[in-house]
Each structure stands twice: as structure tokens, then as C-alpha cells.
Write a protein that binds this ligand. Structure first.
Ligand code: DHB
Ligand code: MG
Length: 221
């Protein structure tokens, strides 16, 4: 029996994900551009895609596009006329994301905004667009609680908010955690625990990205 979670991820991809779904061209482009290889895994990308289609999401907010790998998974779940608004801090990452999204013929479904999310989120509020059905937060971990509060503010009742990297090899459960990941995750959990307008859980994950997890919250009012 294998004891390698990456081998299991490869098996999952091999059995359950079509060649087209795997987005190899996007992964290759990200690698060539030397983007950090911290995209969601392919099985996780498909999980996000299935969540979005299960709730019939038409408007999706993503905080942290990187090279657009998760953006593409989310955009592929949208019906005609649906939209992902995705925010990326690094102009160089955004440029790679834009090219990947265009190659997948999804440019008309993705609105990519470049800058600090904490600057752009208030702009989205001021613009008064329709609320989001699903938010995916996967950016700098220190700001996760603030991103969660913004996603909540911009969500409709019944919407889902998903946050990546909330376990960080167990650091979330360590009261002495001092790194951005562990502290950011603990502050996020504090914010969610104190928020009566959501029902939430977190699911630990293991695979090609090591031991981590997703927080999933449903906006109840
Ligand atoms: C890191 C960031 C991520 O979003 C992730 O999924 C894995 C690692 C990081 O900054 O190390
Ligand atoms: Mg992540």
C-alpha cells in the first residue's frame, strides 16, 4: 500500500478528471513564469467547481488569483452570463492569469482586478454590484479574517464562503502559533466563531499539497 498522499492525488486525477479539466497548459505556463507552485491541487479545483455548480453560482468572488488555475476551475462552473470577479495583488501574476484565462476562452466570464484586496473590496461594495453566491479566499494568510468579513458583506443569504489553507500542518490548533499562516488561520476561526450570520465547519485535507484544510461557511442571513 502506498503511504504517499501525492500518489493518491495522482490516482484521483487519473481516474476522475478528464484531460481537459486538468489544465496542464495553465500549470506549464505558471511554471515557465516561475510563479510559486501553490495553486490548489486538481482534485481541490474540481471540488470548488462542483460546489459552485451544486449551488448554481452565477457570481463568484475570488481573493488571490495567482496564475488563474483555481479561477479557471470556478469559471468553468458558471452558466452563460455568469462571472468570477478575481483579485490579484501581483501584476506579474495577474498577467500570467490573464493569458491562461484567455487560452481557456473564459475571458468573458472573468473580471480580473489587480491590486490589494483590502483596497479593491471596498470599491466592489461602492460599485453596488449584485451579491456573490460563492467566495473563495486564497491570498495572503495574515488577512484571512478581514477577507472573510468582506466576503460576508458582499454575499447573498445562502452563499458559501470557502477559505484555503486553514490548517497549515496543524498550526491552527497551536495557541503558540506565530507565523502568518497559523496566526491568520486562528484569527479567521475567531472571526467565524463570533459571527452569528454563518454556519461553518473546516475539513482537513491531505494530498499533493501536504496537510492543510478548507474552511467552509454558509451565510444564513
Ligand atoms: C501557500 C499559499 C497557499 O495559498 C497555498 O495553498 C499553499 C501555500 C504559501 O504561501 O506558502
Ligand atoms: Mg492556497
Amino acid at each position: 500500500m502506498t503511504t504517499d498522499p501525492s500518489a493518491v492525488d495522482r490516482y484521483i486525477v487519473d481516474r476522475l478528471l478528464s484531460l481537459n479539466e486538468r489544465q496542464q497548459a495553465t500549470l506549464d505556463a505558471n511554471h515557465a513564469a516561475r510563479l510559486p507552485a501553490i495553486d490548489v491541487s486538481a482534485p481541490q479545483g474540481k471540488f470548488l467547481n462542483l460546489l459552485a455548480s451544486a449551488i448554481g453560482a452565477r457570481r463568484i468572488l475570488e481573493i488571490g488569483a495567482l496564475g488563474g488555475y483555481s479561477t479557471i476551475w470556478l469559471a468553468r462552473a458558471l452558466p452563460e452570463g455568469g462571472r468570477v470577479v478575481t483579485i490579484e495583488f501581483e501584476p506579474r501574476h495577474a498577467e500570467v492569469a490573464r493569458a491562461n484565462i484567455a487560452r481557456e476562452a473564459l475571458a468573458d466570464k472573468v473580471e480580473l482586478r489587480v491590486g490589494a484586496a483590502l483596497d479593491i473590496l471596498p470599491q466592489l461594495e461602492a460599485e453596488g454590484g449584485a451579491p456573490f453566491d460563492l467566495s473563495f479566499i486564497d491570498a495572503d494568510k495574515a488577512n484571512n479574517a478581514a477577507y472573510f468579513n468582506w466576503a460576508l458583506k458582499l454575499s447573498r443569504p445562502g452563499a458559501l464562503i470557502v477559505v484555503d489553507n486553514v490548517v497549515r500542518e496543524g498550526a491552527v490548533a497551536d495557541p503558540a502559533a506565530r507565523d502568518d499562516g497559523g496566526l491568520g488561520a486562528r484569527r479567521l476561526f475567531d472571526a467565524v466563531a463570533a459571527e452569528p450570520r454563518v454556519a461553518a465547519t473546516a475539513i482537513q485535507t491531505v494530498g499533493s499539497k501536504g496537510w492543510d484544510g478548507f474552511l467552509i461557511a454558509r451565510v444564513t442571513q
